[in-house]
Ligand binder design. Structure first.
Ligand SMILES: [Zn+2]
Length: 720
């Protein structure tokens, strides 16, 4: 693999024209088939367009109008000549949430940054493609662009929401006599803006609308990164149908879901997010600015459990013989990339005996209409928010379930289950109100790419065009996934701030921050800005957003403040204890073999896992460690039974000192901890030791099929 960054290959385009039209709700209706490794069904999208965008919330409700005078007009590029992407011929002078008149494609400013050509290559969209099939009907049609990749789209149609019995209650007219596009859009408009206290009714209407008959197929086209839909004669986003149904199926090789097997060897499938988020699971608006709610009905064979990031703890409904259906929903608008699904033969893990305390915690606090008193100030768009519900704000432990392959039952019961309530309670203590009403925890298979997701963050992901489309820089570069520098720096920056300000000030601020910004997209700058505004002058010292950025973000290497802290850290008790142990090991390593008797008498202190990591890192600095020392080291701390961080360092020691007797530990790590194992492949290869290289190749051969795609690509590049 070429390790150089290549924008045409590495940048992830976000194509959706979110500046013109926004999805407010998705209704998914899907069948999961393990035999064919395909998920198929329909998705219904409900939109809000132009003239509603300026409205802040549903509290001051204005009648919906469908006049198109404020909306953007889609303009086709000149036939076959313009290299400019369709979605970029818009112009507007507004933020993405605003909506203004713009009829004419202005000069494209994005060419300046050199992205221009790359964009076109990456997206595959070019005007030439369009002029071939627009015929003579589409040159002025509005084009809906959805992010979509590796999906087979079979049919797109407009949904006749006016056909839903009782729906006329949403509109001002008592009876629906003349059903027009305008009326249908007016219904959707009323529906998406129902106030938060009517969320249940709204969900119900969405569900019923999603099953309404179609009223006309829409023209569509797909390319590498998008699905483009238009309706002949609908020239603006406002005229475009506000409820559409897409029938589609996923592809087995699609990059949003991984079909694999769990630790018990049974099939499962899950969304892995990285690197292309959910666009190979359903057509969506990927930019995080498109915040929407969703509900989903998912069917699978009855032996499977369907888990999703919904707000309700779904239970299966038995359909026909051997088939179950699961229904989940969310009422809090979130970016489409936060949608997750996992289907597998997992078992719900429960404590062996249920104490009365647990039962009390399990009593669910589902958001009930009456419970929402509008206390506190919420800055987000309207939804039934837990921060406004007094009983929810004091709930330390939210209802939770733990799912795992049956072979891990023992470990779950012995260790994991007891840890969840104190963790939830600690999160509540530190951060305040839990934003979600419940939690499902799933033990994912070993090939889960756990090293973070290349998520687009707000709209500052790169150049954002006027249609709302943008690029996530290097979003598709498989190696970027394994870069941890930004996580590490972020962690140490927060620690640094906590130390500088003192725990009380810092944690009080964290709670205030969460309270202020919950339900909203924020940038790191917002966090730092608010932090500095909230701390007393005398504690601020030389801190400013600018110098934090300079010291922590823009400079390479270990940030200055951290270097000072590192020196101070070496003097702390836990670290000193490790240094003493390191000295013992080094002395022992130097001792000649015949003094074995005394060596067994050497007493080593018990160390915490973090101390073990530090100890092994110090020992990694040693030029030579003989096999005898390594063997004693493993025995003294039972290294093979420690957590993955410790075992990772242990494997590094094995590789560095060519301790062949323990190669099996490396092999085990490479198979069971695949995401972390990536680094070890590099170390095995770099020494050019044929036996080590064999280990690497053998393990890759065994795991490459189930390995996540980016990992497999990176490893293959190292090995061959
Ligand atoms: Zn709120």
């Amino acid at each position: 693999m070429d390790t150089k960054l290549d924008p045409s290959r590495d940048d992830l385009p976000l194509m959706a024209n979110t500046s013109h039209i926004l999805v407010k709700h998705y209704v998914l209706d899907l069948d999961v088939d393990f035999e064919s490794q395909i998920i198929e069904g329909t998705i219904v999208l409900f939109f809000e367009s132009g003239n509603r965008f300026q409205k802040q919330s549903g509290s001051t409700k204005e009648p919906c109008r469908s006049e198109s005078n404020e909306a953007c007009r889609f303009r086709m590029p000149e036939p076959c000549h313009s290299p400019v992407t369709d979605t970029r011929t818009f112009s507007s002078k507004t933020r993405s949430n605003d909506f203004t008149i713009c009829g004419k494609g202005e000069k494209d400013t994005s060419g300046k940054d050199g992205n221009h050509d790359n964009w076109e290559q990456a997206s595959g969209i070019s005007s030439s493609k369009y002029c071939c099939d627009t015929g003579n009907h589409g040159s002025e049609d509005f084009l809906l662009v959805l992010d979509c990749c590796d999906l087979s789209v079979l049919k797109v149609e407009e949904v006749d929401v006016a056909a839903v019995p009782g729906i006329e209650k949403l509109t001002r007219s008592p009876k629906l006599t003349v059903v027009s596009e305008e009326l249908r859009n007016q219904i959707v408009c009323e529906l998406v803006t129902l106030p938060a206290d009517r969320w249940r009714e709204q969900l119900d209407y969405y569900a019923r609308c999603s099953q309404a008959p179609g009223c006309g197929e829409l023209l569509f086209d797909t390319d590498t990164w998008s699905l483009q839909i238009r309706k002949t004669g609908a020239q603006t986003a406002t005229d475009f149908p506000h409820a559409i149904r897409i029938r589609y199926s996923t592809k087995p090789q699609g990059r949003s879901v991984t079909w694999t097997s769990d630790q018990s060897g049974r099939p499962c499938v899950y969304t892995m997010g990285s690197p292309i988020n959910n666009r190979a699971l359903f057509p969506c608006q990927e930019p995080p600015v498109a915040m929407s709610t969703w509900q989903a009905t998912v069917r699978a064979a009855a032996s499977f459990v369907v888990l999703m990031s919904g707000e309700n703890s779904a239970k299966p409904t038995q359909l026909r013989e051997g088939c179950s259906s699961w229904h989940y929903y969310v009422t809090m608008p979130m970016p489409a990339s936060t949608f997750t699904i996992a289907v597998g033969s997992w078992t719900e893990m429960k404590p062996e005996t249920c104490s009365s305390n647990d039962l009390a915690a399990e009593r669910s606090l589902s958001p009930s209409e009456a419970d929402f008193r509008y206390v506190g100030i919420c800055g987000h768009m309207e939804y039934p928010c837990r921060f406004q519900n007094p009983s929810a704000t004091t709930q330390e432990i939210i209802p939770h379930r733990v799912f795992a392959p049956v072979c891990l039952k023992g470990a779950c019961q012995e260790t994991l289950l007891q840890l969840v309530p104190p963790c939830l309670s600690a999160a509540h203590r530190v951060l305040g109100t839990h934003p979600f009403s419940r939690l499902d925890i799933l033990i994912v298979p070993g090939n889960f790419p756990s090293l973070g997701m290349a998520r687009p963050n707000k709209e500052k992901t790169g150049h954002v065009s006027d249609s709302g489309s943008s690029v996530v820089k290097h979003g598709l570069n498989p190696e970027k996934v394994f870069m941890q520098v930004h996580y590490l720096k972020g962690y140490f920056l927060l620690r640094f701030l906590a130390q500088r300000l003192g725990d009380d000030t810092y944690f009080a601020f964290l709670r205030k921050f969460v309270h202020t910004f919950h339900g909203q997209l924020i940038l790191s700058q917002d966090f730092l800005q608010m932090l500095l505004e909230n701390i007393p002058e005398e504690k601020r010292l030389e801190l400013s957003v600018e110098n934090i950025f300079r010291d922590w973000l823009e400079s390479s290497g270990i940030p200055q403040p951290l270097q000072r802290e590192r020196q101070a850290g070496a003097e702390c008790g836990l670290a000193r204890q490790v240094s003493v142990e390191v000295e013992k090991w080094i002395r022992m390593n130097r001792r000649p073999r015949k003094r074995k008797r005394r060596e067994t008498e050497q007493v080593f202190e018990k160390l915490l896992p973090d101390q073990l990591v530090l100890l092994l890192e110090h020992l990694l600095e040693q030029k030579t460690l003989n096999p005898r020392t390594l063997q004693s080291l493993e025995r003294a701390y039972r290294l093979t039974q420690q957590d993955a961080e410790v075992r990772h360092r242990w494997c590094e020691l094995i590789i560095k000192h060519k301790y062949t007797k323990a190669y099996k530990d490396v092999e085990r790590f490479l198979q069971e901890d695949q995401a972390m194992g990536i680094y070890l492949y590099g170390e095995l290869m770099v020494s050019e030791d044929s036996r080590q290289q064999q280990v690497a190749r053998r393990c890759f051969e065994l795991t490459k099929e189930q390995m996540d795609r980016s990992s497999a690509q990176v490893v293959a590049e190292m090995l061959f």
